[in-house]
Design a protein around this ligand. Structure first.
Ligand code: ATP
Ligand code: MG
Length: 419
């Protein structure tokens, strides 16, 4: 037997209601905030990710699924969607639109990681990208969408962490200070971080190895090296969040794994997911559109991991099972009338099902029970001869006889009433 790939999961029907609740809320909140859906391909030219995410990041260095196409070009399964959305934004000249372009997406991402709870090789994200506004209020709109969306799902133990990475121009000076701080500590750092001192020193602050965390406790803070523009931007973001009563925690170590971030960065963490404590994250990336060959365009976005949200979703956030009718048609005439009734019910928008493998009333009722149908419409040859059917409420066992001619519409009327 051929098994699925390690770290690549099936989502079976029993788990789907959780996903439907999460994706439904994602769509609802996106629309409430004026974001429209976009779908971009699951694979792109490798160069797109290398250039946008940055060559010395974990994703590009070791997590990408890259393969050669038949013509020799290098393609990669998307590890995240921002790069693809930005490419589409440039390619379709969406910058020419007089309105701000605000998009959301839902879909699978691929990273070669060590699989564990909440960390998969194919996982799913809900994300948004807001192009065109450099205003701190645009940052807050995106952060508030993320926060209100997660809060609406009743997820436990959430914290919004906030930082500013400054403008691109603030970074070289800070890097010098940081490297000077890190050099003498080299022996205390993990292998990766030692390498990062040269290639990407900011990422040392993001390292999850406890020894690295401890050694860099007193590292100089990027927020102490911001230009006055970056400082004012950050202060405006904070004041606006305060005004909306969205609580946050300043985290000067929050540098994020991708190169393209500038100014505001944020992450929502939870105390309920063990080591995989990041639920969603994002930030401003004012330089990326230009880096990928488009016009200079400010932008801000986030991405949320659906699997992690699903792991945390409380039972109370799941809707009650919908009301359904099971049609128990048996005997030659009963079966024929049953098939017609099913069609009529479905036409009227009533969820209706049967089991064509069962031929006796006893087995049909047992299946109705297993499927947790609200009602069972009993329809044997005798009923057809009398022009009636028996409608049984599966829980109360109450039965009523109704005329076959009006059966579909009278059953449908029961479905219009609240449960
Ligand atoms: P982490 O620090 O957990 O590796 P990340 O910084 O790599 O996360 P992002 O690239 O910011 O993650 O992606 C946004 C969100 O996508 C994360 O907060 C997380 O919820 C989810 N996510 C990222 N990688 C995975 C994965 N391998 N499996 C499941 N969910 C993931
Ligand atoms: Mg990661």
């Amino acid at each position: 037997m051929i098994r699925g790939i390690k770290g690549v999961k099936d989502t079976l029907p029993d788990e789907m209601p959780r996903w439907q609740v999460i994706e439904g809320a994602a769509r609802r909140f996106s629309h409430l905030y004026g974001f429209r859906e976009i779908r971009v391909p699951v694979f792109e030219m490798t160069e797109l990710f290398a250039r946008s995410i940055g060559t010395s990041t974990d994703i590009v260095e070791k997590e990408m699924y890259t393969f050669q196409d038949r013509d020799g070009s290098s393609l990669t399964l998307r590890p995240e969607a921002t790069a693809g959305v930005v490419r589409a934004y440039i390619e379709h000249n969406l910058a020419a639109s007089p309105t701000a372009q605000k998009f959301y997406y839902l879909g699978p991402m691929f990273r070669h990681e060590r699989p564990q709870a909440g960390r998969l090789r194919q996982f799913h994200q809900y994300g948004v990208e807001s192009f065109g506004s450099a205003s701190p209020q645009a940052d807050v709109e995106v952060i508030s969408l993320l926060w209100r969306f997660l809060s609406s799902l009743g997820l436990p133990g959430l914290t919004l962490e906030l930082n500013s990475l400054g403008e691109a121009g603030d970074r070289p000076a800070y890097k010098t200070v940081l490297v000077a701080f890190l050099k003498p500590l080299e022996d205390k750092l993990c292998q990766n971080c030692r390498r990062r001192i040269e290639t990407n020193p900011l990422r040392v602050l993001d390292c999850k190895v406890p020894a690295c965390k401890a050694a860099t406790e007193a590292a100089p803070k990027l927020t102490d090296h911001l230009s006055s523009f970056a400082r004012e931007h950050f202060e405006a973001v904070r004041a606006t969040l305060d005004g909306l009563r969205i609580p946050y925690l300043l985290n000067p170590r929050l540098v994020r794994g991708l190169d393209y971030y500038t100014l505001t960065t944020f992450e929502v963490t939870t105390t309920h997911l063990g080591a995989q404590n990041a639920v969603g994250a994002g930030g401003r990336y004012d330089g990326l559109v230009e880096v990928l060959g488009g016009p200079k365009t400010p932008a801000v976005g986030f991405a949320v991991g659906i699997e992690r949200v699903s792991l945390m979703l409380p039972e109370g956030s799941l809707p009650a099972a919908p009301k359904t009718v099971f049609v128990a048609g048996f005997g030659p005439q009963g079966l024929e009338a049953g098939v017609r009734l099913l069609d009529e019910l479905r036409f009227l928008g009533v969820p209706a099902d049967t089991d064509f493998r069962a031929s006796s009333l006893k087995t049909l009722l047992r299946q109705a029970d297993r499927l947790q149908a609200t009602y069972c419409a009993i329809l044997g040859d005798d009923e057809v001869a009398k022009g009636t059917l028996i409608l049984r409420h599966m829980q109360t066992k109450e039965q009523q006889v109704i005329p076959l001619g009006k059966a579909a519409s009278s059953i449908a009327s029961l479905f219009l009433k609240p449960q």
